[in-house]
Design a protein around this ligand. Structure first.
Ligand SMILES: [Zn+2]
Length: 277
């Protein structure tokens, strides 16, 4: 793996019931609870055009949502709109403020052989189709919530601190690194970070042998560059089960796990979920 400097990632403990305005860093996640009373049947939110499904909390009369801020969302004060639907057919609108705080993501400048970035037509087409397939798998929101309690680390290894890294190859800006890399020897077991369903298994040009897990309510985790995949599409997965083994398949400079997380379309730092309960 190339070496680079990266900002220390957020270790902020996010309160379960934040008060408006909620302060959250680019690429972070937070739980948000609303008190709705006994007549509420469903709750839905919207933040920066992302639809946010709420679920019934354990506390009576409350709904809760796990909300993400994309790593490229600009620092600003955002309106979190919440709609509470009630059993008499009425809908109550509420507004909360979310303040997005800036993160100074490191920049990595690389000079690589021209053919490394300029793919031939066939490969470019393949990579594009695969990217579309991955995005498709991340776009189907399951109404059921599978995840429960705390998330766990998928692998034992060294965290590279590469989430949000701005990559510049041969002077041209590329898309930011939207996951976290964990360096571990080839063959190290990779575990499911929470309850979910396998929605994609593939062997792709960029991400190599890959798995996408759907944790329900718009939350997904991704496991890339695997040496071996031990699960199949459609399988219901329990927290901690072995999904596969660490490898260096696809475009990787050495064995590591690329762990990615998306929620309602927002690319978030998977490490930030570990602080939540
Ligand atoms: Zn990566």
């Amino acid at each position: 793996m190339p070496s680079w400097s990266a900002e220390t990632l957020s270790q902020t403990r996010v309160k379960a019931n934040p008060v408006s305005p909620v302060r959250v860093r680019q690429g972070d996640l937070f739980y948000f609870s609303v008190r709705v009373g006994p007549r509420a049947t469903s709750v839905q939110g919207e933040l920066r055009h992302r639809t946010i499904p709420f679920f019934k909390a354990e506390a009576p009369g409350q709904f809760r949502a796990l909300i993400g801020v994309d790593l490229a969302d600009p620092p600003s004060r955002e309106d979190l709109r919440v709609e509470v639907s009630k059993d008499d057919g009425s809908v109550e609108q509420r507004h909360y403020t979310v303040e997005v705080l800036p993160v100074h993501f490191a920049t990595q400048e690389l000079t690589v052989p021209k053919n490394y970035v300029d793919l031939d037509e066939e490969t470019a087409k393949r990579a594009e189709e695969e990217q579309e397939k991955i995005l498709q798998s991340l776009s189907k929101v399951t109404a059921q919530k599978f995840w429960e309690g705390r998330f766990i680390m998928p692998v034992e290894g060294k965290i590279a601190g590469t989430f949000g890294l701005r990559r510049i190859m041969n002077g041209e800006p590329r898309s930011p690194h939207s996951g976290e890399d964990i360096n571990a020897p080839k063959g190290t077991e990779v575990h499911a970070t929470n309850e979910g369903v396998v929605v994609l298994v593939g062997d792709f040009f960029f991400s190599g042998k890959s798995i996408v897990l759907d944790h329900g309510l718009g939350l997904f985790t991704m496991y890339f560059h695997l040496d071996e995949v031990d699960v199949a599409e459609g399988e219901r997965i329990h927290k901690g089960v072995v999904l596969g083994k660490v490898g260096a398949t696809g475009r990787a400079t050495g064995p590591h796990l690329h762990w990615g997380m998306r929620i309602d379309g927002a690319r978030v730092n998977p490490l930030s979920v570990l602080n939540l309960e």
